[in-house]
Design a protein around this ligand. Structure first.
Ligand SMILES: N[C@@H](CCC(=O)N[C@@H](CS)C(=O)NCC(=O)O)C(=O)O
Length: 208
């Protein structure tokens, strides 16, 4: 298979989601730091939205993380179930991860990342954490008794693992009242794809 290039940055949840997907399906990609000025000159003209990730595979250029996941699934047959009815739920969870889960988390991460601890706005962090916790109740219920959100590992896991990884790294735990989700996240962290794709500067607790 021809080389894949992924313009990305380590802590971007959309980029991490794609890195996890690539690792899970065993496809190698040349990861390029999107922040470097010389690489910006290459990827920005490819993306009218000027966001990362940007994915290049031969003549195929994709600048939306979900379209990248769909493409990876199309060329490998993995990550999204084959039956139409079964494809709905992982796609919904993936969308929920992008549009709802990230909202509160973003407040916490942006606040902590932009300032020294002494000058953090604790109200912003508390409000963001509360919003995040409210948003994960749906996931606790959606998980049911299975190991994964769908029948098998899917794009739902790729998307949410990146979000929960960032939450943990920025000090937002999954409360005890969400035991299924806690167990699910602990299982996701044990997968090789987690360590292989996690941003190097972030620290994670071991899960044994
Ligand atoms: N809908 C896009 C969202 C991508 C996105 O918002 N990426 C952020 C980084 S997390 C970005 O590139 N922001 C502009 C920038 O950092 O210059 C996707 O799923 O790929």
């Amino acid at each position: 298979m021809a080389d894949i290039i992924l313009y990305n940055k380590p802590e971007c949840p959309f980029c991490w989601k794609v890195r996890i997907a690539l690792n899970e399906i065993g496809l190698y990609a040349n990861l390029v730091d999107s922040n470097a000025p010389e690489t910006r000159l290459v990827w920005e003209p490819l993306n009218p939205k000027k966001t990362v990730p940007v994915f290049v595979h031969n003549e195929v250029i994709i600048y939306e993380s979900n379209v990248i996941l769909e493409y990876l699934s199309d060329i490998t047959g993995e990550l999204i179930p084959s039956i139409a009815r079964d494809r709905v739920f992982p796609r919904l969870i993936n969308s929920y991860s992008d549009t709802v889960i990230g909202v509160g988390l973003k407040e916490v991460i942006f606040e902590k990342r932009s300032k020294d601890e002494g000058s953090w706005d604790l109200n912003r962090i508390q409000a963001g954490t509360k919003t995040f916790w409210e948003s994960i109740l749906y996931l606790e219920n959606a998980l049911g008794d299975g190991d994964f959100f769908a029948e098998e590992y899917s794009i739902a896991e790729c998307a949410l693992t990146a979000r929960f990884g960032l939450a943990e790294a920025y000090g937002v735990a999954i409360p005890d009242q969400f035991p299924k989700l806690r167990n699910w996240y602990s299982r996701m962290k044990k997968r090789p794809s987690f360590r292989a794709t996690a941003p190097e500067n972030l620290l994670f607790e071991r899960t044994n």
